[in-house]
Design a protein around this ligand. Structure first.
Ligand code: 4LI
Ligand code: NI
Length: 185
């Protein structure tokens, strides 16, 4: 099982590398990794399990964060209490094929399991994206996402290209945003 010990932190070069595209079929080791990454997100969102194993809660985890430089990330965005997740899948070789001009940012800024400090500021991303990706079985998906799930997927896709959320923050004016951009509560 993946715990915080397995998650590498800023300063590790793997987080700044361009991850390699996956080829299908995935190896047994890659399938196991996909399973373990999703299990980490589930565990991290379960208060009892998270406390027991000292897991920090996350909605996304990319393979480079566990020191595997491969274009694969798990995303688990919970829905309203008792309802289905807004988005749950392990995305392989994801590409944003189109996006809104309108930007959006989380009102409280972003956190990252690989960053052990608070970096305040708006991380302005695309509010809506069309995402093409493969699931772990090699089936192609083309989906539209907006708001929080779109933000999370963009954060995770950034990891596959060596980008960290604070690269997008204007550190001189961390909470300045275009009027047209959406603030997601
Ligand atoms: C407990 C159980 C306040 C501060 C609000 C917690 C289940 C920040 C937000 C969670 C913030 C769950 C999250 C991300 C932010 C902040 C990620 C809590 C887990 C909220 C996810 C990848 C950025 C994603 C909204 C510095 C580890 N996640 N909060 N950002 N949640 N979580 N990111 N921002 N301010 N990071 O962090 O998984 S995209 Cl689900
Ligand atoms: Ni991250």
């Amino acid at each position: 099982m993946i715990t915080m010990k397995n998650i590498i932190r800023e300063g590790n070069d793997t987080l700044r590398a361009e991850a390699k595209k996956a080829t299908f079929p995935l190896t047994d080791e890659q399938l196991q990794l996909a399973h373990d990454m999703m299990e980490f997100l589930e565990n991290s969102q379960d208060p009892k399990i998270a406390e027991k194993y000292h897991l920090r809660a996350g909605v996304g985890l990319a393979a480079p964060q566990v020191d595997v430089s491969l274009q694969m990330a798990s995303v688990l965005v919970p829905g309203p209490e008792g309802e289905a997740p807004l988005f749950k899948d392990t995305i392989v070789n994801p590409v944003i094929i189109s996006h809104s001009v309108q930007g959006a940012a989380l009102s409280e800024g972003e956190g990252c399991l690989s960053v052990d400090r608070d970096v305040p500021g708006y991380v302005v991303r695309h509010d809506r994206i069309t995402l093409r990706y493969y699931d772990i079985d090699g089936n192609q998906h083309k989906i539209r996402l907006k708001n929080y799930p779109a933000i999370v997927c963009q954060h995770e896709i950034d990891h596959l290209h060596g980008i960290l959320f604070y690269d997008h923050i204007d550190h001189e004016h961390p909470f300045t945003m275009e009027n047209e951009d959406l603030v997601i509560e």
